[in-house]
Write a protein that binds this ligand. Structure first.
Ligand SMILES: *Cc1c(COP(=O)(O)O)cnc(C)c1O
Length: 465
């Protein structure tokens, strides 16, 4: 009975949201246990949708690290706003096909409309910018490199990068996102094209080291294709010196890409926007809505000021795709890596429309404030913060970890066993391994930070007594 299913789903949305603080953040489960639960599904006999839905709800509740939990202080996975859940449900129901404009006039225009408004927040001109939704930041970074190749070496479209007499190089640091490793493989540039430049004492892109590296690479027959500045590094939320990198890129005629997958959302806060100064000079930007804009996964964004480069990277013609829509409407399959496309942007459109930019500013400022509070609370409990950023990623350690009394993974093991808070650990700049807590949920409160402090103190004492 369909009515029951929708009542059941509606109930689950409400009750999960209401009860989430009391649910363990993470499961403690073995692969064998999950497989045992799945073994009854032999697909030999049908199961009623009511029963099946109840079971799947139970399995998802039990066997998931709940990234939407207010005490998930983890990777850049946010709590989701209900508007985004509604949008993904409606997208599944209508299943609009966004490969071509003519199949989904509302959805294609809705995405472009939403992206226009975000384009302005970047300081780009909507009139000259091409922007599209992607599966995530990895696809946006791939789009950037393919567009830069089309711009600087249009001949590679046919002859491939192997036929070039120079070797294109991409400059980044050890703190850059590892999606560039896959991008280097997928584009045929090879990972040797990734030139890892030394960072300074603050783990930021060293422009001195960059210039030296480029000089010696050019002598070796390489040519700078792209400089990647990261705005909000995955490990420590650091922001590379964007204006300086932009200047060097301009001087060399290289493409300047800013990977701001998580950090770009700070543009929506008038208090935090300053940290992204220089992003407006980029040739292209990666910005994930599914990180700090609190929508369900699968929502990255790619912005680029070189329309023609993007078109030539992705345009082709077939006999079976409906004719181009004419006018100034672009068929997404001719300007993005994807072919069949879902309406990724609807969850961003609905979330933004529901609370507006002012609503987002409140959510983002709240999380940044909690990041600052966490730094204060750690300091008063003799934990040492090891990174410097205005954004809410806090890396920290303890004298007893530095003295070798226990390791970060010993401590995480105790935390995960108890399931009250979730944090991770990370190595910044090839030095020591430290703990990492990011405020990713707009639901987190001061009491959740106190619980985090209680949990790490409990773990520390149990490991040293
Ligand atoms: C998360 C992240 C990515 C990858 O984005 P996905 O959405 O996971 O594909 C790229 N760059 C940075 C800086 C990130 O934090």
């Amino acid at each position: 009975m369909l009515e029951n299913i929708w009542e059941r789903i509606g109930h689950e949305v409400d009750s999960f949201t209401a009860e989430i603080r009391d649910v363990p953040v993470n499961p403690n489960v073995s692969p064998a246990e999950v497989r045992e639960r799945l073994s009854r599904y032999t697909f030999d006999s049908p199961i009623g949708l009511d029963e099946l839905t109840n079971e799947v709800v139970e399995l998802l509740r039990s066997y998931t690290v709940h990234v939407t939990h207010p005490r998930y202080f983890g990777l850049f996975n946010p709590s989701v706003r209900i508007a985004g859940v509604v949008a993904d449900t409606l997208t599944a129901l209508y299943n609009p096909q966004l490969a071509v404009w003519s199949h989904a006039p509302f959805a294609v225009e809705m995405e472009q409309h939403t992206l226009h408004h975000l384009t302005r927040k970047l300081g780009f001109s909507p009139a000259t910018t091409v922007a599209n939704f992607t599966s995530g930041g990895a696809e946006a970074n791939l789009s950037a490199v393919l567009s830069a190749l089309a711009y600087h070496f249009p001949e590679t479209s046919e002859s491939g990068v192997a036929a070039l007499s120079v070797k294109p190089a991409i400059y980044l640091t050890g703190e850059s996102h590892h999606s560039f490793v896959k991008v280097a493989r997928m584009t045929g540039l090879g990972t040797s094209a990734l030139r890892q430049v030394q960072t300074d004492a603050h783990h930021l892109f060293s422009t001195v080291a960059l210039r030296e590296r480029i000089e010696s690479d050019v002598r070796d027959g390489m040519t700078p294709l792209m400089i990647v500045g990261t705005a909000g590094t995955t490990g420590a939320g650091l922001i590379d010196p964007l204006p300086e990198l932009s200047e060097i890129a301009k001087e060399l005629g290289a493409w300047f890409h800013v990977d701001a997958a998580w950090g770009a959302s700070a543009l929506l806060s008038s208090k935090l926007r300053y940290v992204l100064a220089g992003i407006e000079t980029a040739d292209s930007v990666t910005w994930d809505a599914h990180k700090w804009l609190s929508v369900p996964m699968g929502a990255g964004m790619f912005f680029c000021r070189h329309r023609e480069a993007v078109r030539s990277a992705f345009t082709l013609a077939t006999s079976y795709m409906p004719d181009a829509s004419g006018d100034d409407a672009i068929d997404p399959y001719t300007s993005t890596p994807q072919w069949s496309r879902r309406a990724i942007g609807l969850k961003v459109f609905m979330s933004l429309a529901e609370i507006g930019f002012a609503g987002y500013e409140g959510l983002i400022d709240h999380q940044a404030h909690l990041g600052n509070r966490l730094r204060e609370l750690l300091a008063t409990h003799e934990w040492q913060v090891t990174n410097e950023t205005a954004l809410p990623v806090v890396c920290f350690t303890h004298r007893e970890i530095r003295d070798g009394l226990f390791t970060t993974s010993d401590l995480l093991e105790v935390l995960y066993e108890r399931g009250k808070v979730w944090i991770s650990d990370v190595v910044i700049g090839d030095r020591e391994r430290v703990l990492r807590a990011c405020i990713t949920s707009f639901r987190s409160e001061e009491s959740d930070l106190r619980c985090l402090i209680d949990e790490i103190e409990h773990a520390r004492i149990s490991l040293t007594s």
